[in-house]
Write a protein that binds this ligand. Structure first.
Ligand SMILES: O=C(O)CCC(=O)C(=O)O
Length: 167
């Protein structure tokens, strides 16, 4: 992706009515906007969200091409991490299948961990701006991921396919 496209996408995300991430009664410091669907942590189920806007279509087309035949993105989450903000250890909800993440603005340490014989196995990916990662198979289903506090503002656009029972 060119730096110009990156700048355009950052401007689009920054202009969204981003809201602090709601985790039941708790509020995260990252700010998000969901499209297609959003997972409601209080109701513990998927809710409809605003339709995916047209400006995301070129990125979705590229992600679907990267994902290969049959890849259909059903949910998009735009996230803003201010300096010092990260995301804790988690796996994405089972309502979703594969997760693709586009990093914008600055690099982050994208950490993975899984248990192995009473120890943690760990792996860190440097998620560079303008790059896309994909979580599928064990990286999606078994390993947890997290991002420590970022050193400079970072935006991400995560694209999810739906698990069979939700599609
Ligand atoms: O910002 C990212 O690239 C990861 C976001 C993430 O892990 C999530 O929204 O569940």
């Amino acid at each position: 992706m060119s730096s110009e496209t990156e700048r355009e996408l950052i401007a689009r995300v920054a202009a969204l009515p981003l809201q602090p991430f709601q985790f039941g009664q708790y509020e995260g410091k990252r700010r998000v906007a969901s499209f297609g669907f959003r997972y409601d942590y209080s109701l513990r189920r998927l809710q409809d969200a605003d339709p995916i806007p047209a400006w995301l279509r070129p990125a979705i087309n590229a992600v679907e091409a990267f994902g290969g035949p049959g890849t259909r993105i059903g949910q998009v989450l735009c996230t803003e991490y201010d300096t010092g903000v990260g995301i804790g250890w988690h796996r994405d909800k089972p309502h979703f299948d594969r997760v693709f993440g586009l990093s914008l603005g600055s690099a982050c340490k994208f950490r993975f961990r899984r248990t192995a014989a009473e120890k943690w196995r760990r792996f860190t990916l440097s998620a560079e701006p303008r790059s896309l990662y994909m979580m599928s198979g064990p990286s999606r289903q078994v390993w947890e991921h997290s991002i420590p506090a970022v050193q400079a503002p970072r935006y991400s656009i995560t694209f999810r396919t739906m698990a069979e029972r939700n599609s």
